[in-house]
Every structure is written in C-alpha cells, then in structure tokens.
Write a protein of this length. Sequence first.
Length: 247
Amino acid sequence: VLPTDYALAVENLTVSFDGFKAVDAVSLYVDKGELRVVIGPNGAGKTTLLDLICGKTRPTSGSIQFLNRELSSMAEQKIVRNGVGRKFQTPSIYPKLTVFENLEVSFPKGRGVWGSLFFSRSEEVKSRILEVAKEIYLDEDLDTEAEILSHGQKQWLEIGMLLIANPQLILLDEPVAGMSVSERKKTAELLRRISQGRSVVVIEHDMNFVREIADKVTVMHQGKVLAEGSMDKVENDEKVIEVYLGH
Ligand code: ADP
C-alpha cells in the first residue's frame, strides 16, 4: 500500500524545542473510516503530534499529507478549511450561548464580507444544526445555556461544534476525561459513529475505553512510535509493557 492511499500520511515528522525532540521521526498512516488511538506515558509527545497535524505547531522536518494535500506548511485556518477539526482539552464553548447558538456560531461561513453578509439562519444552517445536535445527544437541549450542561454534555457540544463543518479528520484530546460511566458509554458510541467515513485520531489514557473504541493503537514513548497495531497486539508487546511498568 502506498502512503498516498491513506487519508492521513504523517512521515518522518520531527519537532525540536531548543534541541529537544518532542516528536522524533514519527510516521503514522490512518485510513478513511479508521479510529486510531494514540497512547503513551506523559511527555511521550502525543499532544505535540496532534498540534503538528492541526498546524498549531510547525514541524522542524517531515511531512503531513491529508487527502493528498501537504499540511505541514499550511496556515492553521486553512488546515481547518481543508477538513481538519481539533478538539483541545481546554473548553472552547461559549457558556452564555445556548446549545443551538454554540453550534450556529461554529457553522463555517463563506469567506470575506459576502460570506458573512449572506450568512443567516437559513434552513440549510438550521437543519445541519439539528442533525448535529441529535448526533451529540443534545437535540432536546437546543435552548439550554451551555454553562448549565453537564461536564459530559459540554464535551459533546464541543465535538458538535467540530462536526458542524463536517471535517474529514477529527483530532481529539482525552474526550472522556472526567465523564460519568453512562456518558463514557455514549461517547464511545458517538466516536464509533463519527469515524464512519472519516478519520479520527484520539489521545486516550483509559485502557478500557481504548479497547472499546480503537481500530488500531499507536504507542508513543519519548517522541517516537514504540509499537502499533491492535490493542491485543500492543498490550502484549514487551517494549510497551516495560515502558508502562517502568512508570
Ligand atoms: P504528551 O501529550 O504525550 O503528554 P506532550 O506532547 O505534551 O506529551 O509533550 C512532549 C514533550 O515535549 C514534553 O517533555 C513537553 O514538556 C515538551 N514540549 C511540548 N511542547 C513544548 C514547547 N512548546 N516547548 C518546549 N517543550 C515542549
């Protein structure tokens, strides 16, 4: 299989901070329709890897091809317009706006003055908002102010704010941190569902959750890929066991 056959092909990606390689010659290939989970101890380079893919951090060397477009030197906003959505750990919802309004402001507007002028509550926008609200289990809370949602519902709303633009690659940082058992279950369902026809890359620490959602797992350690494959394969990998027991 050629690298260009994958939706996302990260090759030999490196970033140095004052000579320290936070991500060190990482290659990673993710299919369309695949949900990839990246695991590894603290400081392994997982967050930095996602920062590089979404353009928040610039690589020192290497390439990031997504649907055959090179992202590694593209501006962050242009990466978004090229179908990449990233959810950070820090909340980015508007607490005083309703669920509907949070989704509405996330709807991609046409560029420039004309795009903004003609952006209104058109039927197209409304129906997309309702569709997404349903996907994220918030269709009965459209008029609820975001700040009074549960922690889990806030996380779903953030995922919804990404989904509005229908990104083809979704990058998520610890999506179930702090969630209740039932919220985790629904999040697993949600992630499985949104990965259909898209590529999803998730950083996760909870191994039970990883097992539940991952098509394939990439284990990072000290900026490098230590192991990759099914959960069964990587958890029996001696190098992986050593890294996890050593911590
Ligand atoms: P993980 O997400 O796996 O816990 P990170 O990607 O956050 O790991 O960090 C990897 C390493 O890179 C850490 O040692 C961190 O301190 C370092 N690092 C990350 N970003 C920067 C930066 N902007 N400047 C300097 N060091 C950084």
